[in-house]
Unconditional design. Sequence first.
Length: 346
Amino acid sequence: MTPRIPSSSREVVLARYPRGMPQVGDFDLVERPLRAPRTGEILVRNTYMSLDPVVRVRLTEGGGGYPSPITPGSTLDGWAIGHVMESSAVGFAAGDVVLQRFGWRDFAVLDTTTTNWGDPVVVPIDDVRTESRYLGPLGPSGLTSWAGLLRVAALAPGDVVFVSGAAGAVGSLVVQLAVARGHQVIGSAGSAAKVAYLTERLGAAAAFDYHDGPVVERLRDSAPTGIDVYFDNVGGEHLEAALDVMNPGGRVALCGQISQYNAMDGSQRGPSNLFLATVKGLTLRGFLARMFASDLATFQDEVAAMMANGAVTSAETVRHGLDAAPQALVDLLGGGNVGKMLVCLD
Ligand code: NDP
């Protein structure tokens, strides 16, 4: 039976700028009219949406330096997977599964005539390449892990690798990619259960809960010969500790700074020991996944093959229904996820 074309869509809208940790009351769920797709457009029903920490930065007045700030009254956006319900576009047919950036709503009418990062693309689905994994290890999160470790940090034989936020979407794939290449990997995360997950399930040589004392002491205990690569998901005290413990010539992939995202109003904490980068000849390089868009197919083929042979596993924390999305964001920022945090909209 052909699904009924909706005349409106529920959307999550920013009600007011959060102060510190967001609250559910900072968001509204509203119903907005939906028009039929015009030439070059498709109507999509979202099945999964991704929860991404950077949304918190975009919810800061001025946008925290990140492109496309979200202002009160506007609908949030972010990565999503959906099914094409109706197409007026070449290359898209009803039933196609598309990856795109119009999450935080049940339905969306999308332009297909441009090819910017995040514009809709049809993705193939099979036992390994499942819908939800296109938001995790086979999608933008996974590309972040792969490109950050291999291209930005330029992982080299023998490197000892430290990963913060190691039990999350990006971190858990970084750990597994490095372990699969034979590296000694140290992970940090926010609970004993996550620490056990890293050492017992993902193959990390050591892991610690960063709540259990100064990060620099925990890291020194875990990496007595120092570290050569630091994949930084957290910033703040973690970055400072990594600079302290890093061996000469070490590399830092500056992926994210989640410990600072609730303080983007100007009270962020930077590392006080940056001079060590000079003394030790370190390389610190920031990046966004979109800067490696041309590697997407290469990365997907590699990680899909690793998933098919069991070298990479993927954890998901899934909430249900659009009305659960604001709480899911709060929980993501508070560490309530293992692996990829998703909302299922089906
Ligand atoms: P995660 O799945 O890792 O979820 C976020 C995790 O951050 C939480 O589960 C929590 O885990 C941890 N966390 C929260 N607050 C703190 C804190 N104060 N100190 C230490 N850890 C904290 O999210 P993602 O994998 O999607 O993202 C990880 C990082 O990568 C983020 O910084 C994000 O912005 C960045 N990123 C960058 C991209 C890029 O293109 N450069 C693209 C995608 C993500 P715990 O229980 O361990 O505290």
